[in-house]
Design a protein around this ligand. Structure first.
Ligand code: LLP
Length: 421
């Protein structure tokens, strides 16, 4: 469920009419609903209660500091994968002891930043990283709390570019070598082993792969405890999928996911962390665009929008589907027609949808891409020197621009011409 509904024939974000935002901000823009973000966060905390737990929002899915503050103020932790994301979490007022640091390529500089600024744990992904972290911690005279991310060799049955839990993927250490790596971690100075981490992929639409992975983690917990490690925290990653179409998809609900976690690991008495991104942010955001032209092509009509692949790359990159709806609700039983929905960028990959049935549209009309809150604005670029798309947050009847569209002067001033040229 989200808070983007038609009222009197006009698409609203909570109590704000989308055309009112468009009039002030211009198109394209992203708009997020505070009520939806809040609701989705609470679905997870309720699903995990009464287990001791922390829901760490995967910042990579939607990293605007205003959104992080909203979730942080509700008590959320944050999952960061770079020094930049760590800085965002801290700028949003999230304390270090609610931030977990994931990622296969943490640099020593990023380790120093987190160790001095405060960190709940590092999710370590390799032996070289473990040794580097030990050195950095010792040099600072501190101890780094860690879990080790294990690769359980489980097929997440999702898009190949976002599956992370198979042995051929770059993530984690092979679960079969866990004893050896945990033994090394226990010997290293400046390192405190506190738990195990796993994350098998994103946009999972079945619970079974999670179950396989979590059962393996439960077994490993028992084995590592028997080998003398004080395993007291399990980070079970993110990845629960969302419905991208209104009709036929019904991915498992957070309550089912919570029940699965309880069934597989609650007897171990560990504190549980999860790292959901998409389920919290995905259906909490729209990308709103305007129609520049309707062009009659050879056997097809192109709907040319002022949003492009640089603003929302998921369709070009993963062949992803986003529902596209008119902002003004078409009257019941009004005709539709198939459109190829495209942007102005100069490559054929700049196509959002082919032969998509949409109500008849004309120049100047507004459309909204649904389910665009996750991996939308964060993956935007300025390709074709198109200014980075702005972001708006709505709460009730209020809205605010939470990231401005840069001016062309700002964009051009970032480039410098060397004196010798
Ligand atoms: N934890 C880790 C370690 C991750 O790598 C990810 C996502 C998450 C949590 C959050 O997963 P989520 O709950 O959002 O599924 N750009 C792609 C998705 C990439 C996901 C990368 N890792 C897309 O647009 O579909």
């Amino acid at each position: 469920m989200d808070h983007f509904l038609y009222r009197n024939g006009i698409l609203h974000a909570e109590d704000v009419a989308i055309p009112d935002i468009a009039a002030q901000v211009g198109t394209p823009f992203y708009v997020y609903s505070a009520a939806t973000l809040t609701r989705h966060y609470h679905l997870f905390t309720e699903a995990l209660s009464p287990l001791p737990h922390l829901v760490c929002f995967a910042i990579k899915s939607l990293s605007n500091v205003a959104v992080l503050k909203l979730l942080g103020d509700l008590g959320a932790g944050m999952d960061v994968v770079s020094g930049g994301e760590y800085r965002r979490a801290r700028a949003a007022g999230v304390p270090g002891d609610r931030i977990v640091f994931s990622g296969v390529g943490k640099t020593r500089e990023e380790m120093r930043l987190a160790l001095t600024g405060g960190i709940r744990q590092f999710n370590v992904e390799s032996e070289p990283e473990l040794r580097a972290l030990s050195e950095v911690a010792v040099s600072l005279g501190v101890t780094a709390p860690i879990t080790i991310r294990v690769n359980p060799d489980v097929d997440a049955r999702t898009h190949e570019k976002i599956a992370t839990g198979k042995k051929e993927n770059k993530f984690g250490i092979p679960i079969a070598r866990a004893s050896e790596v945990y033994a090394e971690a226990a010997r290293l100075p400046g390192i405190e082993v506190i738990g195990i981490d796993v994350h098998i992929g994103s946009q999972l639409t079945e619970l079974e792969p999670f179950e396989q992975a979590y059962l393996k983690v439960a077994d490993l917990t028992r084995r590592l405890r028997a080998e003398g490690h004080d395993i007291r925290r399990l980070d079970l990653g993110g990845g629960l999928g969302i419905p991208y179409t209104r009709s036929n998809e019904a991915p498992p609900l957070p309550t089912d996911y919570g029940a699965l976690i309880k069934r597989t690991v609650s007897d171990l008495g560990c504190e549980v962390e999860i790292e959901p991104g998409r389920l919290i942010s995905g259906n909490a955001g729209l990308l709103v665009a305007g129609v520049i032209y309707v062009k009659n092509g050879e056997g097809r009509d192109f709907l040319i929008l002022d949003a492009a692949m640089n603003d929302l790359v998921r369709p070009s990159m993963y062949g992803a589907h986003h529902d596209i709806v008119p902002v003004l609700e078409p009257p019941a039983a009004s005709p539709t027609q198939p459109y190829d929905v495209v942007g102005p960028v100069c490559e054929t990959g700049d196509t959002f949808a082919k032969a998509r049935e949409i109500a008849l549209l004309a120049e100047g009309d507004l459309v909204a891409f649904r389910s665009a809150g996750a991996y939308g604005a964060v993956m935007a670029s300025e390709y074709n020197t198109r200014p980075l798309v702005p972001e708006v947050l709505v709460r009730g009847d209020q809205f605010a621009v939470i990231r401005e569209r840069p001016s062309f002067d700002e964009i051009l001033n970032r480039d410098t011409i060397p004196a010798w040229l």
